[in-house]
Design a protein around this ligand. Structure first.
Ligand code: ZN
Length: 63
């Protein structure tokens, strides 16, 4: 079986499907260490922590 589309999708179907990634509310997560907003699965830019351990050094951590 070849993966060939049986019917052509309309522009509206395509645009509606592609609009859904914007509606997800998980664009930012709260850091468990400093409770600032950070991106999920990324090192926190505020405290440099990831999974409870220091991953990178942050310059301005005196604040
Ligand atoms: Zn943090």
């Amino acid at each position: 079986m070849a993966a060939v589309p049986k019917t052509r999708r309309s522009h509206r179907k395509v645009r509606t499907r592609r609009a859904h990634w914007q509606t997800s509310s998980v664009r930012a997560h709260e850091c468990p260490h400093c409770h600032e907003l950070r991106l999920p699965h990324r090192v926190c830019p505020h405290c440099g922590f990831y999974k409870g351990t220091r991953a990178v050094e942050v310059k301005s951590e005196e604040e």
